[in-house]
Write a protein that binds this ligand. Structure first.
Ligand SMILES: [Zn+2]
Length: 151
């Protein structure tokens, strides 16, 4: 019994008596934070239009608010968190990953047959220079393949 509970009660009642800040007062303190661009790698900022946007959703031509661009004058981090979890955004992330895989597969396929394509082009060049008809191209390539296989 040292009087502390009574003091606590007085403190909490003072806090309750503080007026709640109105929405426009809270919004006035909002601004785009630099750290958001590290936390949300997909976030972009259009200085001219004062818009926040999602780079991925724009690239994948989605129709959501962040694909169009959201007013950056009263930004809320919660909106960014919600967008990051949205189905539209997750689909954009998946689309970009698939595009990257496709590009890698196409590059690997090209690298795998680059030698054969170069050999065909070189053969056609020699045929053209020597006046050898193009209908002789296939047998010449077959001969080259045979020669490569025996060495
Ligand atoms: Zn997005």
């Amino acid at each position: 019994m040292n009087g502390t509970p009574a003091k606590r009660k007085a403190d909490s009642s003072n806090k309750e008596n503080e007026p709640k800040r109105k929405r426009y007062e809270r919004d006035g303190h909002r601004s785009v934070k630099a750290v958001w661009f590290k936390e949300f790698e997909w976030l972009g900022h259009d200085n001219a239009e004062q818009l926040l946007f999602c780079k991925l959703c724009r690239e994948t031509r989605k129709k959501n608010v962040f694909a169009k661009g959201k007013d950056a004058s009263k930004p809320k981090k919660d909106d960014l968190v919600k967008h990051g979890k949205s189905e539209d955004h997750r689909n954009s992330v998946e689309e970009k990953a698939l595009q990257k895989n496709l590009t890698t597969a196409a590059t690997n396929a090209y690298v795998g047959c680059k030698g054969a394509v170069t050999a065909q082009m070189a053969t056609l060049l020699v045929q053209a220079k020597e006046g050898i008809p193009t209908r002789k191209n296939a047998p010449l390539l077959e001969l080259q393949m045979f020669n490569v296989s025996i060495f």
